[in-house]
Write a new protein. Structure first.
Length: 206
């Protein structure tokens, strides 16, 4: 698999497979201004859905079943937390690429999210310049996962091969050089990657 093509910003190597607006990005935050700014900043390039709490997000995931490619959620919200939403979303559709955002260093929640197959962690407030690349990468991963799923549905892959390819694909996209990915986070949380970052800074890449 060509990592250069996977990491590029123009979708090279995926042809018609990658279309930024073919699948939705669901952004969840209890701050109305954050939702408004997210749509304003990224709605021109991406299909954006928003929800102000975890229950509303789950309703949208059911309403747009199969159409949501990326879920980006705040952790600290009234009612159900982001971690609960990530679990429910995984159970509903394991192919949805999941991103956790939080303004606090809730490392226990991040570790639990990693166990659920977290794609990456974003500190709040998010930086506008980093989000488009992150979303393109997540949507490419979702598109490729669907391609692997189609191969299994067509009888081209055994269950074992299907799981192996999905895991390899996800590992490929979890670039250790990309701050906030599980591999980088593990280094920070375990103390192998230096000092624990402050709440408003990205974890240092390993």
């Amino acid at each position: 698999m060509d990592r250069g093509n996977l990491d590029g910003d123009d979708g090279a190597g995926l042809g018609e497979l990658f279309k930024p607006k073919e699948r939705a990005v669901l952004y969840v935050d209890d701050e109305p201004l954050s939702l408004k700014n997210f749509v304003k900043a990224f709605g021109q390039e991406f299909w954006i859905l928003t929800a102000s709490n975890a229950r509303e997000a789950m309703a949208l995931l059911h309403e747009h079943a199969g159409a949501v490619g990326v879920l980006m959620t705040d952790q600290n919200m009234p009612g159900e937390k982001g971690l609960w939403l990530l679990q429910q979303a995984r159970d509903l559709d394991p192919l949805v690429v999941r991103i956790l955002a939080t303004a606090s260093c809730d490392w226990s929640a991040v570790l639990e999210a990693m166990k659920l197959g977290l794609f990456c962690f974003i500190p709040l407030p998010w930086e506008p310049e980093q989000i488009p690349h992150l979303l393109r990468r997540a949507l490419r991963l979702h598109a490729l996962q669907r391609q692997v799923m189609q191969g299994q549905s067509a009888g081209e892959l055994s269950s074992g091969d299907f799981v192996e390819r999905l895991n390899a694909l996800r590992a490929c996209f979890r670039d250790p050089e990309l701050p906030g990915t599980p591999l980088a986070l593990y280094k920070v949380i375990s103390g192998e990657g230096g000092k624990t970052p402050s709440p408003n800074r990205e974890p240092s890449p390993r």
